[in-house]
Design a protein around this ligand. Structure first.
Ligand SMILES: [Zn+2]
Length: 124
């Protein structure tokens, strides 16, 4: 399966839709040695299929261009698209929007702060 999940202001985010693994995010904040020590050598990377990734990337670029050039109205419905290549189908999924989301809600600590808040990453 390949997925296209556009994110726009006020439409919910990947955190709202439970698409961010908090454990994986915590690992991103560790050094390579800390990650290896914590993984006990049992973690293998997930396989990635370049042709499936290309579909998602192409849709993401199209979405960016349409939004950047204002060729799509704000009132157009926002959907996640899931492409099921073995079945030859595409499904539209209505994304969730959590009014109390710590990442994208107006009451959250990060809303509208842009680069003034550091990401939880190791400086490289
Ligand atoms: Zn959110």
């Amino acid at each position: 399966m390949s997925a296209n999940r556009p994110v726009r202001p006020g439409q919910g985010c990947l955190w709202c839709n439970q698409l961010i693994d908090a454990t994986a995010l915590a690992k991103e904040a560790k050094t390579d040695a800390e990650r290896k020590a914590q993984g006990y050598g049992v973690e293998e990377p997930n396989p990635s299929v370049i042709s499936l990734n290309a579909i998602s990337a192409a849709h993401a670029v199209n979405d960016f261009l349409l939004d950047y050039l204002s060729l799509r109205t704000e009132s157009d419905p926002l959907h996640y698209e899931h492409y099921h290549f073995l079945a030859g189908t595409r499904s539209l999924v209505q994304p969730r929007r959590d009014g109390d989301c710590p990442e994208c809600s107006r009451s959250g600590p990060r809303f509208g702060r842009g680069d003034s808040v550091s990401l939880p990453c190791i400086e490289g």
